[in-house]
Design a protein around this ligand. Structure first.
Ligand code: ASP
Ligand code: MG
Length: 429
């Protein structure tokens, strides 16, 4: 008997009909002779609606109470789902995060899982029941308070349960068919990926691919949990996200001799801005000084580029990208220390787009960057910044050319499918 963890996102349980449809799917899995644990998100846009409601009451809701409020969303869906399953003649029991043993640190709104003690889930399974667990929530042992894991946290709940219960697989049900080589709304010829390594998935998620949350992928990678991202609206196979070692073993097992693609996919991101610190004295310690100021604001800096200094002035420019939402905060902090650092001025540019090309095959294939730059050149797209990791190349372009950039790069690397990808109305959550 295999233990399967299934996670259903908000769009899969948006209304009573959807809940009944999902219940059927869960029962089918149970009938197949499996033990089933389900992590469920709040129905549809419930979390957003609860957040709006809180902000209608007060501009700055108390974090403890906000978590109390938001966790109610998952309580609704878990209970309804358990009822629907029971009405089909199968035993199902719902559990809050705290009942399921999701122990977190005390940070409201962004708690981290520190331990999982799923004794009650194990007991329910042993008694033949299907366990339904509220996603996105946990409990802190010191404060004895309810916490939430941050937006999209139900993915992490599912992965953590799968790890703690030693599940065979963690299925993430959403409203798209899996992970695509690019966002089909940007690149119509995008293809569904059958298999991807967790390492590549992490880079794609970090570069803006929204189908899976980065923390869930990290958790899965650390604990060797295999993910299957698939649609709850059909029975198609989705995308397997495997640890590299598992991917290698699976490849040997099915005797496949097909060469793995060099590139897994392309991601774009329009949520970042660029700050340029102009006229920085080119002497030791200046970058340290600047980024210490930036670090104090807790900003998430991504790419950093320093120019060669002009010999005549001994001054250089340092540019970096960061989320637009953090831009003003960082500008203010830098401005306050301008005299001390001794730079000339600050430039802020929120009209940038970022494109990332990801693939483990980059390690062993040369010429990937040349091909990328060539494709952009042929499309007349200017590159403003470049950064690389072992398995990723990212470039910054003007915001209004990044989608075109994604399409030409997708084509240049032979990622285009035979037909236009089907895009559902959903958001991928
Ligand atoms: N309901 C929460 C949210 O919308 C958690 C989740 O859906 O994963 O962020
Ligand atoms: Mg949701």
């Amino acid at each position: 008997m295999a233990l399967i963890v299934q996670k259903y996102g908000g769009s899969s349980v948006a209304d009573a009909e959807s809940i009944k449809r999902v219940a059927k799917r869960i029962v089918e899995t149970r009938k197949g002779g499996n033990e089933v644990v389900v992590a469920v998100s709040a129905m549809g846009d419930t979390t957003d609606e609860l957040l709006d409601l809180a902000h209608d009451v007060t501009p700055i809701p108390a974090p403890r109470e906000l978590d109390m409020l938001l966790t109610a969303g998952e309580r609704i869906s878990m209970a309804l789902l358990a009822m629907a399953i029971r009405s089909m003649g199968y035993d199902a029991r719902s559990f809050t995060g705290s009942q399921a043993g999701m122990i977190t640190d005390a940070q409201h709104g962004a708690a981290r899982i520190v331990d999982v003690t799923p004794g009650r889930i194990r007991d329910a399974l042993d008694e033949g029941a299907i366990a339904i667990v509220a996603g996105f929530q946990g409990f802190n042992r010191d404060t004895k308070d309810i916490t939430t894991l941050g937006r999209g946290g139900s993915d992490t709940t599912a992965v953590a349960l799968a790890a703690a219960l030693n599940a065979e697989i963690c299925e993430i049900y959403t409203d798209v068919d899996g992970v695509f080589t690019a966002d089909p709304r940007v690149v119509p010829m995008a293809r569904k990926i059958d298999r991807i390594t967790s390492e590549e998935m992490l880079e794609l998620a970090a570069a803006g691919a929204k189908v899976l949350y980065i923390r869930a992928v990290e958790y899965a990678r650390r604990h060797g949990v295999t993910l299957h991202v698939r649609s709850s609206f059909n029975n198609n196979e989705g995308t397997l996200v495997l640890h590299e070692n598992a991917a290698r073993a699976a490849k040997q097992e099915d005797g496949s001799t097909v060469e793995e693609p060099i590139i897994a996919g392309v991601a774009t991101d329009l949520s970042e801005a660029k700050i340029t610190v102009v006229g920085v004295p080119d002497v030791p310690g200046k970058a340290a000084q600047i980024f210490k100021i930036v670090a104090k604001t807790d900003a998430n800096v991504d790419m950093i580029v320093q120019n060669v200094s002009a010999a005549s002035t001994g001054l250089t420019d340092i540019s970096f990208t960061l989320p637009k939402s953090e831009g003003q905060r960082v500008l203010t902090a830098l401005k306050a220390e301008q005299g001390d650092v001794g730079f000339q001025n600050l430039q802020y540019d929120d009209q940038i787009g970022k494109l990332a090309l990801v693939g483990a095959g980059m390690r062993t294939n040369s010429g990937v960057s040349a091909k990328l730059f060539e494709a952009l050149y042929e499309a007349g797209i200017n590159i403003e910044m470049i950064s690389t990791s072992e398995i990723r190349i990212s470039v910054v372009t003007r915001a209004d050319s990044v989608n075109e950039a994604a399409r030409v790069v997708h084509r240049a690397f032979g990622l285009d499918g035979d037909a236009t990808a089907i895009v559902y109305a959903g958001t991928g959550r």
